[in-house]
Design a protein around this ligand. Sequence first.
Ligand code: AMP
Length: 201
Amino acid sequence: MTTLTLALSKGRIFDETVPLLEAAGLAPLEDPERSRKLVIGTRNRNVALLIVRASDVPTYVEHGGEGLYQPLDLEIGRCRMVVATRRGFDWTGSVQRGGRVRVATKYVRIAREHFAAKGMHVDLIKLYGSMELAPLTGLADAIVDLVDTGNTLKANKLKAVEDILAVSSRLIVNPASLKLKRAALAPLIEALAKASARGGS
Ligand code: AMP
């Protein structure tokens, strides 16, 4: 029997994924927030969950293949990627003056493409977390970060000044696995697609 491994991160995406997994017959046997195990079984004994950092998920999935196949928008983890500054900061003026602005972010590639498309010169500063601190401490003029409710920006006296893109969580698959394990993977993708469509209706 073919075994399948799904890589997932803890936290908000995991919480939103559980109902989809349950509907697809893949309910986790343990709660990763409580268990110290990093590999967790599911109701389907041929499918296991790997608990990793969100930013490590693509690395695990791509391992042993090349590139990533993206067959399904799960329509969870919805949020926006935005540019934000301190409330009193004159972003429009800085942009119009054409001086270099310093932008701190975890999402360097998206930020670089966004500002390049606008013809803006920015100095990008790579951070790994708590980006909201960068404008407050003077490390950067702006940040590129994910915003959901806007509460984090508000609590730190920041405001969104540009919308970059709408974000949602996708199912990604190793292309080699898709070829070799298609018989096992196709029904799983189908079940998750159905569960996701039900959730959205
Ligand atoms: P909020 O206060 O609801 O606007 O959430 C903002 C904080 O949560 C920021 O630190 C974001 O990086 C993080 N965040 C918001 N939405 C998501 C998401 N869908 N996935 C991962 N992180 C998120």
